[in-house]
Design a protein around this ligand. Structure first.
Ligand code: ADP
Ligand code: MG
Length: 326
């Protein structure tokens, strides 16, 4: 089974940032309000994610690292409307097969925590362990037993950059969750939790800087059973980066050609030539009208009615941008 997991890891675990993504998503699925991310050497040496979420009961710990053992969906119908970020039950066994891995958890109401170590896919015994309510996952020496993959890891700075970029995208979507990131023992980012909806913009400022928030336009429009809300950067702002493009479908960060096209077209048609659109936009859609089960890395989605989504995005943005020129 270790081999099967290592092969699956090829799909799920590309680099330290993919590990961080899977583990932090698990923390959020468990209802965490605070997640601590400790890294060493760009994550290659250590990734430790601690959360204050619901935890895992002792007898479920071995299951959590077993293949296709997800606690999140139980039927095919559930797959039609997945409400959690994870649902495949692949991440933990995959990661544990290519690292020195430890899962420590104390579920709600339990007096003690337990720890399960897995070394390169071989699980050890459960042992009691001191830990506050919640879960800690430690991933040491990623790819230590897959030298060909280990060699593909880039410089510490590069790997850290990927991790921080992914966490930025997450921070934008989850303003209420506190995120602390440390690298080689020093705090590198701290996203403080913000309260009400009105404060979401404070998180955006924290994540993207004042360049974006000082020159942006709030969007909130509903129609055809869809809702688009968030902010678009106004082209008058001097953009330091072409990459401030964040789009979420039901809270999940997504890269999608239909979306990209609609946004680009709306900008182009209001004649903001030569500018990179900058945006943080959230599309809310009935989960049955979108398929998130496309790829394990899950950046892709498939809309049941792509045309309708495209036109809704285009019209909403076109109208909002055109208003600013009137
Ligand atoms: P998936 O997220 O697709 O269900 P994973 O392999 O990522 O699969 O996780 C396996 C299972 O382990 C999850 O379904 C969940 O029950 C449990 N789990 C993993 N991480 C956590 C966590 N931080 N807190 C609580 N439960 C967790
Ligand atoms: Mg998961």
């Amino acid at each position: 089974d270790t081999l099967v997991n290592q092969i699956a890891a090829g799909e799920v675990v590309e680099r330290p940032a993919s590990v961080v993504k899977e583990l932090v998503e698990n923390a959020l699925d468990a209802g965490a309000t605070r997640v601590d991310i400790d890294l060493e050497e760009g994550g290659a040496r250590l990734i430790r994610i601690r959360d204050d979420g619901g935890g895992i009961p002792r007898d479920q710990l071995p299951l959590a690292v077993a293949r296709h053992a997800t606690s999140k969906i139980t039927s095919l119908e559930d797959l039609e409307e997945v409400g959690t970020l994870g649902f495949r039950g692949e991440a933990l066994p995959s990661i544990a097969s290519v690292s020195r891995f430890a899962l420590t958890s104390r579920p709600d109401g339990a007096e003690h925590a337990h720890r399960l170590e897995v070394d390169g896919g071989r699980a050890g015994e459960l042992s009691p362990h001191p830990h506050p309510p919640g879960t800690t996952v430690e991933v040491r020496d990623l790819f230590y037993n897959v030298p060909a993959r280990r060699r593909f890891l880039r410089a510490e700075r590069t790997e850290l950059g990927h991790i921080e970029e992914w966490l930025r995208s997450l921070a934008l979507a989850r303003p209420r969750v506190e995120l602390r990131i440390s690298h080689n023992g020093r705090q590198s980012r701290h996203y403080r939790p913000v309260g009400g909806d009105g404060e979401h913009l404070a998180r955006v400022a924290e994540a993207l800087g004042p360049d974006f928030t000082s020159q942006c336009l709030a969007i909130d429009h509903s129609g055809a059973g869809l809702r688009l809300h968030g902010w678009v950067g106004l082209p008058t702002a001097a953009r330091s980066s072409a990459n401030q493009q964040y789009f979420y479908v039901n809270g999940r960060a997504v890269r999608d050609r239909i979306v990209a096209h609609a946004v680009r077209q709306a900008y182009a048609d209001v004649l903001f030539h030569g500018r990179h659109p900058a945006f943080v936009l959230f599309l809310e859609i009935d989960p049955r009208r979108v398929d998130v089960n496309v790829h394990p890395a899950k950046h892709e989605v498939r809309f049941r009615d792509g045309r309708l989504v495209h036109d809704f995005l285009y019209r909403t943005l076109h109208e909002a941008l055109a208003d600013t020129r009137a």
